[in-house]
Design a protein around this ligand. Structure first.
Ligand code: NAD
Length: 268
């Protein structure tokens, strides 16, 4: 039976890519698309929002109206948590795919609590390459210890509102875990002015914002004698959409729980 999917943030960059990928997938059924209250997207045909021919379902701002097996949400932390609060009371969906980034620690805890009610797949980056990169970074960090500094450089388009990116933090977390540390304890503050020398064992982040860059991440391991860089670039937003829909297919029949792309891809 086809898995039905509702897309939250349907008028956004990722929302439109998700609408397109869902409509084009023969084993998925697009059940609805939700846009922000007051958005000019309300009432627009979901196919037309995706840049395709009319699909016959119109975008709504009513979360409950978009009943589906799986809720796919690439909005923002506030909108995601508000939608989940409404959805857990309803019979459907039983699964949610959360792509929004920039959650505060309190919001993270709230989000995780929904894993008790829904099969919730959460990833700061739904690409296969980044999921593999995180495990390579963890492995490298566990081997390159004394005398090796770790820096993470990320670049995104000028409209991105959170920094460092959720992906950069995921990679930092993988590096910290490789060294048996907690990222919160070893994360270096952004550099500006008289910073002093670099502390041993810290993990630093550098952020580039400009133009239409979809997403680029470098994890740099530097010693006095050599530099190893592990690098990933997203060339097309559809890579995240296809990964999120792979997660939707996987999560549709799963029991409640908090899952990652490592679970979906069998890397865990
Ligand atoms: P965007 O600003 O183009 O889209 C977000 C959309 O959500 C907007 O259209 C906005 O109007 C809408 N929105 C806001 N509140 C809403 C509400 N209450 N109900 C419905 N819609 C609402 O941004 P984007 O580039 O599409 O990114 C969206 C999010 O996804 C960001 O947090 C971004 O960091 C994240 N992202 C994650 C991945 C990943 O692989 N996990 C990849 C790309 C982007």
């Amino acid at each position: 039976m086809n898995v039905s999917v509702a897309i939250a943030g349907a008028a956004g960059r990722m929302g439109r890519a998700l609408l397109r990928a869902t409509i084009e997938a023969s084993d998925l059924r697009l059940a609805g698309g939700v846009v922000r209250a007051g958005s000019t997207g309300i009432g627009q045909d979901l196919g037309e929002l995706a840049g395709l021919s009319p699909f016959g379902i119109r975008a709504t701002s009513d979360v409950a109206a978009a009943g589906a097996d799986v809720w796919v949400d690439f909005t923002n932390p506030t909108a995601t948590l508000n939608a989940l609060a409404l959805l857990v009371g309803a019979a459907a969906p039983r699964a949610a795919i959360i792509g929004a980034t920039g959650f505060s620690p309190e919001e993270e805890a709230k989000l995780a609590s929904y894993g008790e009610r829904l099969a919730l797949v959460r990833a700061s980056n739904f690409s296969l390459g980044v999921s593999l990169l995180a495990s390579l970074v963890r492995q490298a960090a566990s081997k390159l210890t004394d005398g090796w500094d770790i820096e993470i450089i990320e670049a995104h388009h000028r409209r991105k509102v959170d920094a460092p990116s959720g992906t950069a933090l995921t990679l930092g977390d993988a590096a910290a875990k490789g060294r048996g540390a907690d990222l919160g304890a070893v994360r270096l503050a952004p550099r500006d002015g008289a910073t002093g020398a670099r502390p041993e064992g810290g993990i630093g982040f550098a952020v580039v914002r400009g133009g239409g860059i979809i997403g680029a991440h470098d994890v740099v391991f530097a010693s006095e004698h050599e530099v190893l860089t592990l690098s990933h670039q997203a060339l097309d937003r559809s890579v995240f959409a296809h990964g999120a829909l792979a997660a939707a297919r996987w999560a549709a029949g799963k029991p409640p729980g908090l899952y990652s792309m490592s679970d979906v891809l069998g890397l865990a």
